[in-house]
Design a protein around this ligand. Structure first.
Ligand code: UDP
Ligand code: MG
Length: 357
């Protein structure tokens, strides 16, 4: 075992934070409590996802009093899924636990996750049995979404599990190889395989503040999930095409028979108009679906970094970049940003010495 290995914490907590000034003190208190009762060494990686409130200030103050708190400060808001990605890119622990800042994922469940991990499971995901403080609409749409996703993908993505999960280091190192732009992390962590198990829990109410997931963002995440894990929407065009073609074939035969039999029954202009509009609509829908996939291909081809860390507090500046496709500037100390050192501007291809050392 090298010195570096000895310094590594056993458990890394990864916590995305966007305008959570109201919850940070309580979050730290609860984390401290639970990690002390578990007893392993730990670190808490907070990813400040472009907060415009005092979140960063509070995090740096925490870091000042407890070096186990580490902070990645994004250059702007990159979104929840990317924040989780960055946190796990930097996590050093043998187990990495991703949880929300708002204490909806009770830190107490962490204990049960660690237990399962010790039993040999490599991914322990938390399944919500009940959810408090959510609207009926959110509960219902989430339920339908997970079941729909299950129908149209081959990857076994557990029902009703969010991003609250524990991943063994092996899983995390593997996940670092997956550098796609539009990320549905719960899907990716299922896709990698390994021994997985769920633990059930009751999702608590948000401790304070507002949800950062309005409907618009939920829909975007759902579309990312579907396009990342299924071709069914694309194939739908083929099925609908065949069905409509068969129907019109029948209609053609029917028309010929009617004409030959001298019937005076013929469909008028309105029918023509309606069917043209209908078909136009169907075609536009499928163009839109094609566009969704095409846009995602375009985003991949552009090969932009997934995130930009404008200041990383608490990480070794000279360490190799944790994974590709990211820009990271280090800060020597929490209150003295000093001269920024850039350690990682990388392309999509991870360097050989990086993740699987
Ligand atoms: N979050 C983030 N960036 C965003 C949106 C959310 O880092 O763009 C964080 C947020 O601070 C919280 C977690 O992601 O820690 C989950 O967000 P939230 O609790 O608002 O989602 P909900 O539980 O309502 O689905
Ligand atoms: Mg929440």
């Amino acid at each position: 075992m090298t010195q570096e290995d000895q310094d590594r914490p056993t458990i890394s907590l990864v916590i995305p934070i966007w305008n959570e000034e109201l919850v940070i003190p309580e979050l730290y208190r609860r984390v401290l409590q639970i990690m002390e009762s578990i007893g392993d060494s730990w670190e808490m990686i907070c990813v400040n996802d472009g907060s415009s409130d005092r979140s960063l200030e509070l995090l740096l103050a925490l870091r000042n009093q407890d070096a186990r708190v580490k902070v990645l400060d994004f250059s702007r808001n990159f979104g929840h899924q990317i924040a989780i990605t960055a946190g796990s890119d930097f996590a050093e622990g043998d187990a990495v636990i991703v949880m929300d800042a708002d204490l909806q994922d009770p830190p107490e469940v962490v204990q049960r996750m660690v237990q399962k991990w010790r039993e040999g499971y490599e991914v322990v995901y938390a399944v919500r049995t009940t959810r408090q403080g959510e609207t009926k609409f959110k509960l219902w749409t989430a339920r339908v979404f997970y079941r729909l996703l299950k129908q149209i993908t081959d990857v076994h993505i557990p029902l009703d599990a969010g991003d609250f999960r524990l991943m063994d280091r092996r899983v995390v190192l593997t996940m670092r190889r997956l550098r796609e732009q539009h990320r549905f992390m719960r899907g990716l962590s299922s896709w990698v395989g390994f021994h997985q198990i769920g633990v059930e829990y009751e999702r608590a109410e948000r401790y304070a503040g507002e949800t950062k997931y309005p409907l618009r963002k939920m829909v975007r995440l759902a579309i990312s999930a579907i396009t990342s894990f299924s071709y069914v929407p694309l194939q739908l065009a083929t099925f609908v095409g065949f069905a409509l073609a068969t129907l019109s074939l029948l209609a053609i035969v029917l028309t010929i028979i009617l004409r030959l039999s001298g019937s005076s029954f013929f469909l008028g202009q309105a029918t023509t108009l309606v069917s043209v509009l209908f078909l136009g609509g169907v075609q536009l829908i499928f163009l839109g679906i094609l566009g969704e996939y095409l846009g995602r291909i375009y985003d991949e081809v552009k090969n932009r970094p997934l995130y930009i860390v404008s200041r990383a507090y608490g990480f070794v500046p000279d360490a190799p970049a944790p994974a590709g496709r990211a820009v990271v500037f280090h800060s020597p100390s929490a209150y003295d940003p000093g001269r920024a050192t850039q350690s990682a501007v990388q392309s999509a291809v991870p360097t050989p010495n990086d993740p699987l050392r």
